[in-house]
Write a protein that binds this ligand. Structure first.
Ligand code: GLN
Length: 467
C-alpha cells in the first residue's frame, strides 16, 4: 500500500487521484497484515485498490466529479466498496471521473486532482497529450500506470470498457443487477453497473467474484443470482466456442488500426479453436439516439435530489429581491446553476424535455420500445453464437481538447458499447494491440467481448485464454 501511495504521489501529474487519506489506507493495510498473521486472511487480503469517485466512502471524500458534491463525506461505504473491504482489499483513494459519470473522455470533471489547485484533465499514461477515456478515466489511468494493481469503475454506456480499451487494461461490466448499486452515485439507474478494471482477466475474475451478489434490501433491481467464483473456469478450453462477429461493428468510421488489431485477435481465437460466426445486430446505430434519450431522462430524475437542502453544495448569495421567483426557488436555481457543469445541465434539459407531457410518447416511450428490440436482436444473435466480439470504440484515445466542444462527437464514439448496456448484458474489454498509423502510433486498442445474461465466467474464460 505504501509503495502504491508513493507511486500515486510521484505521478500526480496524471491527474488520476482526487482524494487520498494515508492514515486510513495504512490503518486498513495494518489490519490486513494482522489478519494474515492470524491466519484469517480474506480472498483479496491486503490487495491495494482505488475506487472511482462515484462510490461513496466514509474515509474519503466523494464528489462524483461534481462541484455539487465538493468536499462531501458519506456516512457509509457503497456496497461494492464494503464487499471488497470485507475480503481484505485496502483502499488507496478515490479516482477522477466525468461529472456524474457523464462523458467519454474524462474531460467533464469539475474536481481538481490531488497535487493541483485547478481542474486538470486526467492524462492517458501511454501518451499524456491524450484522454484516458471516460467516464472511469482515472481508474483506467492508475491501472495502466501501475499506480494501483486494480480499480473499480462503473459502466452505464461503456464507461468501464472504453477507458480500459484506451489505456490498454482489462475491464468487465457484469450483467445489469449482478453488483449492487447501493452507494453508487446514480446516473441512469436502469443502466448503471459497477465492475473491476485490472491488468488481466484473471485479476478481474477475482475482483468481480468479491463485488457481485444479491442485495434485495438495498437495490431493488439486484439480481437474485448466487455469488459465483468467476475464477473457476478461467482455464477451460475454448475449443468450439462460437464467436459472433456483428457486421455492424465493422462498418464505416472504424479506424484501420482498430480493425486490424481486432481482426488479428479474431484470427488468434480461431487458432485457439474458436469458430467465427457472422451475425447481425441491425439496430446498432439506433443505440445512440435511444441511449441519449433514456440515460438523460433517468439522470434528470436522479439529479433532482441535488437541491441545496439535503446535502452537497448550496449557493450562498441567492436572494434577489427584484426577482419574480420565491426565495426558495431562487435558492434552488442558483445552487443548481453553480453546482452542475455544462454536460450535466445539457442532459438535465434533454431529460426533462423527453419526459415532459406531449413529448413523452414521441421520445421516451419510443426509445423504450427500441431498447426492447435491441435486447431481442441480441437474443436472436445468441441462438448462433456463445459470445460476441468486436471493437470497443471506433478509434484509439483522441487528443485532449479534440472533441471537448463537440458533445455529439463524444456520443457517436460510444456506438459499440451502448447496445450491450441497453440490453443489460455483460461486456468486457481486453487489450489486443497498438495503433501503427503515424498520428496514433503506440496507442492501445481494445477488443470487446459481450455475453448473454450471467455469462461472465464464459467471457472471462475467453479473455483469459487469449491473454
Ligand atoms: N459515454 C457515455 C455517456 O456519456 C457512457 C458513460 C458511462 O458509461 N457512464 O453517457
Amino acid at each position: 500500500a505504501q509503495h502504491f501511495l508513493q507511486r500515486g504521489q510521484a505521478h500526480a501529474a496524471l491527474g488520476a487521484y482526487v482524494d487520498t487519506n494515508t492514515d486510513a489506507t495504512l490503518a486498513q493495510a495494518r489490519a490486513a497484515d494482522a489478519r494474515i498473521a492470524a491466519g484469517t486472511a480474506g480472498a483479496l487480503e491486503g490487495l491495494p485498490i482505488a475506487h472511482k469517485d462515484i462510490f461513496v466512502t466514509r474515509d474519503f471524500a466523494t464528489t462524483a466529479g461534481s462541484r455539487m458534491l465538493k468536499g462531501y463525506r458519506s456516512p457509509f461505504d457503497a456496497t461494492v466498496v464494503d464487499k471488497l473491504a470485507k475480503v481484505g482489499a485496502v483502499t488507496l483513494g478515490k479516482l477522477n471521473c466525468d461529472e456524474f459519470a457523464m462523458g467519454s473522455s474524462n474531460e467533464n470533471s469539475a474536481i481538481a486532482p490531488m497535487g493541483s489547485d485547478s481542474v486538470q484533465p486526467v492524462r492517458n499514461p501511454w501518451n499524456t497529450e491524450r484522454i484516458p477515456g471516460g467516464s472511469s478515466g482515472g481508474s483506467a489511468a492508475v491501472v495502466a500506470a501501475r499506480l494501483a494493481p486494480a480499480a473499480t469503475g462503473t459502466d452505464t454506456g461503456g464507461s468501464i470498457r472504453q477507458p480500459a480499451a484506451f489505456c490498454g487494461v482489462t475491464g468487465i461490466k457484469p450483467t445489469y443487477g449482478r453488483a449492487s448499486r447501493y452507494g453508487m452515485v446514480a446516473f441512469a439507474s436502469s443502466l448503471d453497473q459497477a465492475g473491476p478494471m485490472a491488468r488481466s482477466a484473471e485479476d478481474c475474475a477475482l475482483l468481480l467474484s468479491a463485488m457481485c451478489g444479491p442485495d434485495p434490501d438495498r437495490d431493488s433491481t439486484s439480481l437474485d443470482v448466487p455469488t459465483e467464483n468467476f475464477a473457476l473456469k478461467l482455464n477451460d478450453s475454448i475449443e468450439g466456442l462460437r464467436i459472433g462477429v456483428p457486421k455492424e461493428f465493422f462498418g464505416e468510421g472504424l479506424s484501420a488500426d482498430v480493425r486490424a488489431s481486432v481482426d488479428a485477435a479474431l484470427k488468434q481465437y480461431e487458432q485457439l479453436g474458436a469458430k467465427l460466426v457472422p451475425i447481425t445486430l441491425p439496430r446498432t446505430e439506433l443505440s445512440i439516439p435511444v441511449y441519449y434519450i433514456i440515460a438523460p431522462a433517468e439522470a434528470s430524475s436522479n439529479l433532482s435530489r441535488f437541491d441545496g437542502v439535503k446535502f452537497g453544495h448550496r449557493a450562498k448569495d441567492f436572494a434577489d429581491h427584484d426577482s419574480k421567483f420565491p426565495l426558495l426557488d431562487q435558492m434552488y436555481r442558483r445552487t443548481r446553476a453553480e453546482g452542475f457543469g455544462d454536460e450535466v445541465k445539457r442532459r438535465i434539459m434533454i431529460g426533462t424535455y423527453v419526459l415532459s407531457h406531449g413529448y413523452y410518447d414521441a421520445y421516451y416511450l419510443q426509445a423504450q420500445k427500441i431498447r426492447r428490440m435491441i435486447a431481442d436482436d441480441f437474443q436472436n444473435a445468441f441462438k448462433d453464437c456463445d459470445v460476441i466480439a468486436g471493437p470497443v470504440a471506433p478509434t484509439v484515445a483522441w487528443k485532449i481538447g479534440e472533441k471537448s466542444d463537440d458533445p455529439v462527437a463524444n456520443y457517436l464514439a460510444d456506438i459499440f458499447t451502448l447496445s450491450g448496456s441497453l440490453a443489460g448484458l455483460p461486456g468486457m474489454s481486453i487489450p489486443v494491440g497498438f495503433a501503427k498509423a503515424d498520428a496514433d502510433k503506440g496507442m492501445p486498442i481494445g477488443m470487446q467481448l459481450l455475453g448473454n445474461y450471467c455469462q461472465e465466467a464464459r467471457l472471462l474464460n475467453a479473455a483469459h485464454r487469449f491473454q
